[in-house]
Design a protein around this ligand. Structure first.
Ligand code: NAP
Length: 443
């Protein structure tokens, strides 16, 4: 592994393909015999630092259409929070199910799960049938793992019945020194970014792109008003940039003055601090308070000069969904990709049907959408939102930060990269965008 790291660091990436593939590597895992370790605890008390291990695991055999990547850096996604607290179910159920689908997929069904759904690194080996990528290529990977043996996936690969999120529903994820991906997950690493910056947008940038911009999602257009929950978080920090970049007006919801300041730094002007304004959409566990929806809607109109949101960018779920349906404009769209605060949503359907609103479900992104989102990063039109970086050994702490909502934007993890700041190939472009690239640093 040292030789691989040294070759990459010396800039001799072409030599990487000539080096031996190590038969084991360091990886962040959860263990199948520990899935009950938090039984009886409240979600908030389940501690990823206890369930995530950093250990040596065996290198998987490389199959057709696949690539082994030397991972320089990765990032924390909320799916690693879910995996590490074994909610809403343990991810070994996904691995067992996948393992049953083919002889090759059996490799994934192990008593440990290597987690992580983002990476930036260098291709080490490619399997039979891979023509578009070769050892030595500097890459990032999106997290759609798809079999495409069924007709349903051939208009939109997210509709394939064998569609999985790599590093969550498959093994050999990106929080490790090596990762196994399908070659159709690979995309060029943006040359003006460091390894850890390049690794950080992938999952959330692609998801926000499909959810907000793509015709498969809300299809945002110039002039739209977009209400964005968690606007300084993983998804929200990209949704805010897409809205600004696409001529829409974001209304950013956050929970602290620091997060409001980050939104201003991104260029947003209309910001709601939900903590300071103390919205209580639920009077008790089972009863919502429509007066609070109205207060929230009035505040949005006050900020926008009377406009209601054409699009509500939803992911908090149960806690906010009733308000989201209420405040969307007549004919507007509520587009949702998650339910962080609970998946049994409740809303007043009269506001949906009488005002001809739509609810759209969105999940990750197909290769085309992920590639378009990555291209915007490479062109310097959308920027990484990396706030803090941890070494691989401290992935538990990094995940704990995200679980507690104590982070801003994205939290990065160094894998083979020995330090931050490495891997930049286009200094000129970097210099042009350096202020935007560092927007989330040190807040
Ligand atoms: N389907 C998919 O493909 C997909 C992809 C990515 C993520 N997700 C899911 O989307 C969710 C968010 O992911 P993320 O990466 O953006 O996480 P994140 O970085 O933690 O950001 C989420 C933000 O949502 C806000 N939030 C949290 N709980 C809230 C609540 N009860 N009410 C209002 N706002 C709340 C927080 O912002 P403030 O505290 O500042 O308001 C937080 O910063 C997770 O559940 C994740 O699993 C789904």
């Amino acid at each position: 592994m040292e030789k691989i790291r040294d070759a990459i660091l010396s800039g001799d990436v072409a030599a990487v393909g000539g080096l031996d593939v190590p038969d084991h590597y360091r990886a962040v895992t959860v263990h199948a015999d520990e899935v009950e370790m938090f039984a009886g605890l409240a979600t908030a008390d389940k501690d990823p630092r206890k369930s995530l291990h950093v250990e040596d695991v065996a290198t998987p055999e490389l199959g057709p259409g696949e690539a082994l990547v030397a991972v320089m850096a990765s990032a924390i996604n909320y799916n690693t929070v879910w995996t590490s607290i074994f909610e809403p179910l343990d991810t070994f159920a996904f691995l067992r199910r996948y393992g049953k689908t083919s002889e090759l997929a059996k490799r994934h069904d192990l008593p440990y799960h290597v987690v992580g759904s983002d990476l930036a690194g260098v291709v080490l080996r490619t399997g039979p049938g891979v023509g578009a990528w070769k050892p030595g290529d500097e890459v990032v990977a999106h997290c759609l793992s798809v079999e495409l043996e069924h007709p349903d996936g051939h208009n939109d690969t997210m509709l394939d019945p064998e569609q999985r999120i790599w590093g969550f529903e498959t093994n050999f994820g990106g929080l490790a020194e090596l990762a196994l991906v399908k070659s159709n997950q690979l995309m060029p690493k943006p040359a003006h970014l460091t390894w850890e910056e390049a690794a950080s947008p992938g999952l959330v940038n692609s998801t926000a792109y499909r959810q907000l911009v793509s015709r498969n999602g809300a299809g945002m257009k110039q002039g739209d008003t977009v209400l964005i929950w968690g606007a300084s978080g993983g998804l929200g920090s990209y949704a805010t940039q897409f809205a600004l970049n696409g001529g829409a007006t974001p209304v950013c919801v956050v929970s602290s003055p620091e997060k409001a300041e980050i939104c201003r730094r991104m260029g947003a002007e209309l910001i709601i601090d939900r903590t300071a304004e103390d919205y209580r959409f639920w009077s008790d566990e089972n009863t919502q308070n429509p007066r609070e929806w109205k207060r929230f809607g009035a505040r949005i109109r006050e900020l926008t000069g009377g406009d209601d949101p054409d699009i509500v960018f939803e992911h908090p779920g149960r806690e906010t969904f009733g308000a989201s349906v209420y405040v969307a404009k007549r004919g507007g769209t509520i587009v949702t990709c998650a339910s962080t605060s609970g998946f049994m949503h409740q809303y007043d359907n009269r506001y949906l049907w009488m005002h001809l609103k739509s609810i759209i479900g969105s999940h990750f992104a197909n290769y085309r959408e992920a590639s378009e989102a990555n291209r915007l990063i490479a062109k310097g039109k959308i920027h990484p939102t990396l706030s803090k970086v941890y070494p691989l050994e401290e992935t538990g702490q990094a995940t704990y930060d995200v679980h507690r909502n104590a982070h801003q934007g994205k939290v990065g993890v160094l894998c083979l990269a020995p330090a931050e700041g490495l891997g930049v190939r286009d200094e000129e472009k970097r210099a042009k965008h350096i202020k935007a690239i560092n927007t989330f640093r040190g807040v």
